[in-house]
Design a protein around this ligand. Sequence first.
Ligand code: AFP
Length: 320
Amino acid sequence: MPEIGMDLNRFILEEERKFPSATGSLSIALTSLETSVKIIASHVRMAGLAEIFGKAQKTNIQGEEVQKLDEFSNNVLVRVLSDSGQFYAIASEELDDVIYPEKGKDGKYIIAFDPLDGSTNIEVNISIGTIFSIYKRSKGTDADFMCGGTNQIAAGYAMYGSSSVFVYTTGMGLNGFTLDPSSGLFLLSHPSMRIPESGKIYSFNESNYPGWDDKTKKYLDTLKSSGYTQRFIGTMVADVHRTLLKGGVFAYPSDKKSKNGKLRILYEVFPMSMIVEESGGLAVDGKGDRILDIVPTEIHQRVPVFLGSRAEIEMFLSIQ
Ligand code: AFP
């Protein structure tokens, strides 16, 4: 068990030492993510003060309103990750097309991210976050991103809440770090995270109930009649973070208006599914198929998702 309080940088290096053949590329890649989220965290703290607050009066590829802090976060990630030289390609929820950074032409990795998840919560001072997912470069085209969730080599998120946390996995356990504002270091606070086998919370946007299919409606009815309570923040990072710590289920089902649900597979659903599975939980789509086995066909694809504790996902799977 790693030592509580260990600095994220040292943790990344100690993990690398477990693989004598490692070149250090993944460590540099992860450290560049750490740098990016520290910069974003400090700007999130300043949001109400630093004229960065407010809307940029544009819409992004998803037709959603882009806020200034989204643009800032996207720009920080693109710049810092490009400068690291480790990423051959970068796909962002905020950008129409994949970027191929000049400095990354020899990079072994590609990365997909949602720079600022939960952006509608910025103005009301509710937790927001950054989500990322790393793959190996193969052919060197956009198609490299369409290799399926099981090929992620690392996934993680940062949450900017009452404190800032950084949670990530490289497939060797899930670990969470909390930012110490006085030293500016992410310190290990949640080693070897395990999701509870079951919980008592369901996290759905229940206002979509009328548009759900019968199975989803029946599931929700069963949860309610079995004494579950509801929490829905509207920031996937925060809802999943709570689900990891307290157990239960987070879901964003399809509905009559959004046939594939709302959440994006590359930027949100794959990384969170890897994280939840790594902690001992399950992540499935509306048909009950494992999320990580899906092979997307386009970078901005959406997918319905049900993820969380084993007991609550098995309950969903058992409903006819
Ligand atoms: P924004 O980043 O546009 O706020 O969307 C957040 C999100 O993608 C995800 O984090 C939430 O779970 C989900 O949307 C909430 O969406 P609704 O409030 O529309 O149900």
